[in-house]
Design a protein around this ligand. Structure first.
Ligand SMILES: [Zn+2]
Length: 474
């Protein structure tokens, strides 16, 4: 089976924050899990360069836009490396030669379907969201997401006939052809569509975009709306419309086309993007998996509040697996989660140094020949249950539930050992051997979440090397 997994591509107006790390880790666990169970996986991430908000940030920094964007994008790429994301591809939309021609082809396909028209428009715009708001969706005069003032914009733009796709989108989501997890997010999307879809503006004047963006084909006054352009990245990297076999393999004929996104950009991915694809006559994503946000000091992280967390600094201080484990084991998939550095340290010490580290040490201490694994014996059933629960949890992006299953299995092995007390009395060697085999499965289940811990635990369990699996963080 072929599975295509993507993260959203963030604006690069500021340095990456913990939310970007969270999304990368969640998507990476899914990609690693699917590779581990034998699927062919392509995992894509990147940066969204053509936002007006990037232009404003570059102007504030006194740098040419392309120079600013490329320096910022490099930081996001470093974050991916620091987190050991197992990426197969990475796109920077302003410099990737595959992107612009792909967006132009997508535009022309939508135009051929007679879904584009030009009209005068007046609306309230949040430049940070790069989206228009209806007055009744605002928080007073502020964008509900950014709590920044929206600006009134009046210009002639290209519009996309979103209204045409209301029924087809409802059908795709209700039937599960397009699966949205968790349930609450699916209901939000259905509610939004049922309230009625209005056509949306999909271009900006060259002037307002400060000349930054992909030109609308045959219209020198307009650039393509950054969301139309950015969403296109999921297929432009596959060579959409160019005859590239990657497109056939990873989109057209792929078994799963999976987008991992934050809850703030759900409408763009679950309504606009599928509508563009329907218009262009291309298949829809099969899964949209939505994560929630992390907060600090009880507030959403924001530059203005000064409570953002630098994820690369965190990895430098505590190691990649501590950060990955916190993202997986502590972050709830519905409802915001408070971040603290103490929380990262406590979870790593308890579960990685304690949990799996202690269990492996215990097993090694009990026998010189753990490589001689008996079958799983009494563990057969709990292990197949844990495997299947873990796999289902990961596939709905509920990594906290997956981590919980792994901890339960680990506790189960410890209880088995404490029951037989092989360190205190003559015991059937099968007791330790089955525990060793079961511990091997725990390591296997951990591998997608904390790959370095798994790499360190396996050879110790096999008796090929010695020393602690994971150093406690002091
Ligand atoms: Zn906003």
């Amino acid at each position: 089976m072929t599975h295509y997994v993507t993260t959203a591509i963030p604006y690069v107006n500021a340095a990456p924050h913990l939310g970007h790390a969270l999304e990368g880790v969640l998507a990476d666990v899914l990609a690693r899990h699917w590779r581990q169970v034998g699927h062919e996986v392509r995992f894509l991430s990147g940066t969204d360069d053509y936002a007006i908000t990037n232009v404003l940030a570059a102007e504030a920094a006194g740098l040419p836009i392309d120079e600013f964007v490329s320096a910022q994008a490099a930081q996001f790429e470093s974050l991916g490396k620091a987190l050991r994301l197992s990426l197969d591809d990475y796109i920077k939309t302003s410099s990737d030669p595959r992107h612009r021609p792909g967006v132009e082809r997508l535009w022309l396909a939508v135009q051929d379907a007679d879904d584009l028209y030009r009209r005068e428009y007046v609306g309230l715009y949040c430049v940070r969201c790069e989206a228009f708001y209806e007055p009744d969706h605002l928080d007073g005069v502020l964008c509900p997401d950014h709590l920044l003032p929206v600006e009134e914009v009046a210009e002639e733009n290209w519009f996309f006939r979103l209204s045409r796709y209301e029924q087809r989108l409802l059908k795709a989501i209700e039937s599960g052809e397009l699966r949205i997890e968790p349930e609450q997010r699916r209901n939000e999307v259905l509610g939004f569509i049922r309230s009625g879809l209005r056509d949306i503006s999909v271009s900006r004047s060259v002037e307002r975009a400060h000349g930054w963006g992909i030109g609308v084909p045959d219209d020198p006054d307009q650039v393509v709306y950054v969301w139309f352009d950015a969403l296109g990245n999921y297929i432009t990297t596959l060579g959409y419309g160019s005859g590239d076999p990657a497109y056939q393999r990873w989109w057209l004929n792929s078994d799963r086309r999976v987008h991992v996104i934050g809850k703030g950009i759900l409408r763009f991915h679950a309504v606009y993007w599928p509508a563009f694809l329907l218009s262009a006559g291309e298949p829809l994503p099969t899964d949209i998996l939505v994560h929630d946000y992390v907060r600090a000091d009880g507030h959403p992280m924001s530059k203005t509040r000064g409570n953002t967390v630098d994820p690369i600094g965190l990895v430098d201080r505590y190691g990649v697996d501590a950060v990955r484990w916190w993202c997986a084991a502590k972050v709830r998939n519905v409802g915001e989660t408070d971040f603290t550095e103490d929380g990262v340290v406590a979870a790593a010490n308890r579960d990685l140094a304690g949990g799996i580290g202690n269990l492996v040490a215990r097993i090694i201490g009990l026998t010189a020949d753990t490589a001689n694994r008996a079958g799983l014996g009494a563990f057969n059933e709990p292990i197949s249950a844990a495997r299947s629960k873990c796999s289902h949890a990961i596939e709905r992006l509920d990594l906290r539930a997956a981590a919980h299953e792994i901890r339960e299995l680990l506790a189960n092995i410890n209880r088995h050992l404490e029951h037989h007390r092989p360190w205190a009395q003559e015991t059937d060697p099968a007791v330790v051997e089955t525990a060793a085999s079961a511990t091997g499965v725990v390591v296997d289940l951990l591998a997608a979440i904390v790959p370095e811990v798994a790499l360190s635990a396996q050879p110790r369990l096999d008796g090929r090397t010695v020393g602690p699996v994971y150093q406690r963080i002091e």
